[in-house]
Design a binder for this molecule. Structure first.
Ligand SMILES: O=C(O)CCC(=O)C(=O)O
Ligand SMILES: [Mn+2]
Length: 220
């Protein structure tokens, strides 16, 4: 990881990057308002090719409260058959659109020497959506961090340790913030407890987008 710009708090330019826990970074306002608008437009365009779908829980088939789509060579899917990465959209059968350049710029700035991300999961939260405490553990490589971008309404992000029973803390994420789960926090439990409706005017339909960039397989 590039120590100098990080410790100087210069990444993203607007506010210092803070370490919430070892390896768990919050780059506040990494994206300024024009960059947020551009990235939201890129996501809207990607969703034309790869429409949002409602994932389902393994076994039970219970629907998630978030909608999802993906960009990149692999997409994260969940349905009755389990959690997995797939190269094709579950409804259209088409490959996923490329990861937006601005999202890749966050990876380059914050993921240190990690090889390029292969997946960009896009979550859409309406006012009532949430995401339960979980770990991102379906990847074959935990050396690379997970880089997670917030756009739109504020959200309450809960994070803990490597065990579900570890004590958790919460932080309110705002549009333009980027969270990095790396190093000792790569497999930390985390989730979204709630959305704060109408706290951002970025998305015409309201709600919140989250883009999660991941390396899925070990570097060649
Ligand atoms: O929405 C967020 O900020 C977190 C999303 C997340 O943890 C995930 O998609 O695995
Ligand atoms: Mn996650």
């Amino acid at each position: 990881m590039a120590a100098d710009p990080l410790s100087a708090g210069l990444l993203g330019g607007l506010e210092p990057t803070v370490e919430l826990a070892p390896g768990l970074l919050l780059a506040r306002s990494f994206f300024d308002a024009p960059a947020q608008r551009r990235l939201a437009a890129d996501v809207a365009q990607a969703a034309q090719a790869a429409p949002f779908f409602r994932p389902r829980m393994p076994c039970s088939g219970k629907p998630f409260s978030v909608l999802m789509t993906n960009c990149g060579e692999l997409g994260w899917i969940s349905d009755e058959s389990g959690y997995r990465y797939e190269p094709r959209h579950p409804a259209t059968g088409a490959s996923f659109p490329p990861i937006p350049a601005l999202a890749l710029s966050a990876w380059r700035a914050l993921a240190g020497a990690a090889p390029a991300p292969q997946a960009c999961l896009v979550n859409y939260y309406d006012a009532g959506a949430r995401m339960g405490l979980h770990r991102d553990a379906d990847e074959g490589d935990f050396l690379a961090p997970v880089v997670s971008i917030s756009l739109g309404d504020d959200a309450l992000f809960r994070y803990g340790g490597a065990n579900r029973s570890d004590r958790t803390k919460s932080v309110r994420l705002r549009s333009g913030d980027v969270v990095v789960l790396g190093g000792p926090s790569r497999l930390a439990f985390h989730g979204i407890d709630r959305i704060y409706p109408a706290t951002s005017g970025l998305l015409p339909q309201g709600g919140r987008l989250n883009l999660t960039l991941r390396r899925v397989s070990p570097p060649p």
